[in-house]
Design a protein around this ligand. Structure first.
Ligand SMILES: Cc1cc2nc3c(=O)[nH]c(=O)nc-3n(C[C@H](O)[C@H](O)[C@H](O)COP(=O)(O)OP(=O)(O)OC[C@H]3O[C@@H](n4cnc5c(N)ncnc54)[C@H](O)[C@@H]3O)c2cc1C
Length: 283
């Protein structure tokens, strides 16, 4: 289908993008890679009358070492996240997870900021950012604020972003020596969206797990933490991972659709959580 007619403006800076958002109200939408927005416009599930293109704001595309964390500009493409050396060294989970996003064409156009702002529970990066306890920098007419990933995703395709705000940066803590990680994605065909995905960040101490953070993809209307499994894993050793992850679907509300029933998704969440934690322990 063809989208409804819309106006188009190129923003030269974040401040100009915010001004354009303010001027055009809720009918305006930011355009990043366009790989989520344009498909829903073609289906007429979204009908913005103004698109504000962020693509020429060069200083929104970077990966920087900021001491205890890595800062990633919102317009950084998935492929840059996947191949960035700083991220591979200090936050391998994010680089690895980016390699699961769609196909090479999607990864060359889609951006980390677009993926997060879209707020799709089936996207891969949000659950990894939950497990990493990442934070997001958001700028609006009133200035800049920082939002924890755990507070950002609010409901189906709903985030903490106000209509006149721009997500400018993603921050991820550097992972320590005793921290292992994994992302497990189950899909029916290579490069499909996740039926279910699981991101794990596991800290080890003296042969047992001192803490585990588990992010779940596509197990509800938002990306979720598997808090019951996280509690059960605290203090567990490698031999009890199976038992400790048997409640990984607790507190979730997966949907049934053409790809899988809700019950099958629950099963996948339990199995993939066990596999992700086992892999994290071996890294
Ligand atoms: C064929 C196909 C397969 C895909 N497979 C996967 C997959 O397997 N896993 C996966 O995770 N994703 C997948 N995607 C989605 C892909 O990751 C998108 O790139 C991503 O979801 C959106 O990023 P974008 O830069 O294209 O954002 P856009 O489509 O440009 O924008 C998405 C939304 O975010 C808003 N937005 C964008 N940037 C900002 C910002 N900086 N501040 C505030 N709001 C902003 C826009 O206004 C819009 O509402 C797939 C997409 C396609 C087309």
């Amino acid at each position: 289908m063809i989208p409804i007619a819309f106006d188009y403006e190129v923003a030269e800076s974040v401040d100009q993008a915010i001004d354009l958002l303010k001027e055009n109200g809720e009918d305006a939408k930011l355009l990043a890679g366009g790989h989520s927005l344009l498909p829903i416009m073609k289906l007429r599930l979204a009908a913005p009358t103004m698109l504000i293109d962020l693509g020429r704001i060069g200083d929104l595309s970077y990966v920087r070492d900021e001491g205890d964390h890595i800062a990633i500009g919102a317009m950084t493409r998935h492929t840059e996240v996947e191949h960035n050396q700083l991220l591979q060294e200090h936050c391998g989970l994010l680089a690895h997870t980016a390699s699961f996003v769609g196909d090479p064409q999607v990864r060359h156009r889609g951006t980390i900021g677009g993926s997060i702002s879209h707020g799709d529970a089936a996207s891969d990066l949000p659950s990894a950012l939950l497990a990493l306890e990442g934070t997001f920098v958001v700028k609006g007419p009133g200035g800049e604020r920082t939002v924890a990933a755990s507070d950002f995703f609010q409901d189906y395709l709903q985030t903490d972003l106000a209509p006149d705000e721009v997500l400018t940066e993603v921050r991820v803590p550097k992972l320590g020596q005793n921290t292992g990680w994994s992302y497990k994605k189950f899909n029916r065909r290579a490069q499909d969206w996740a039926v279910v995905g699981v991101a794990a960040v596991v800290e080890r101490s003296n042969g047992s797990i001192s803490s585990a953070r588990i992010g779940l993809t596509n197990m509800g209307s938002t990306p979720l933490r598997a808090t019951a499994a996280e509690s059960a894993l605290s203090g567990a050793d490698a031999s009890s991972v199976g038992e400790a992850t048997s409640n990984a679907d607790e507190g979730t509300s997966p949907s049934s659709d053409i790809a899988a029933s809700a019950e099958y998704r629950r099963h996948l969440a339990r199995v993939l959580t066990r596999r992700a934690v086992e892999e994290a322990l071996s890294r």
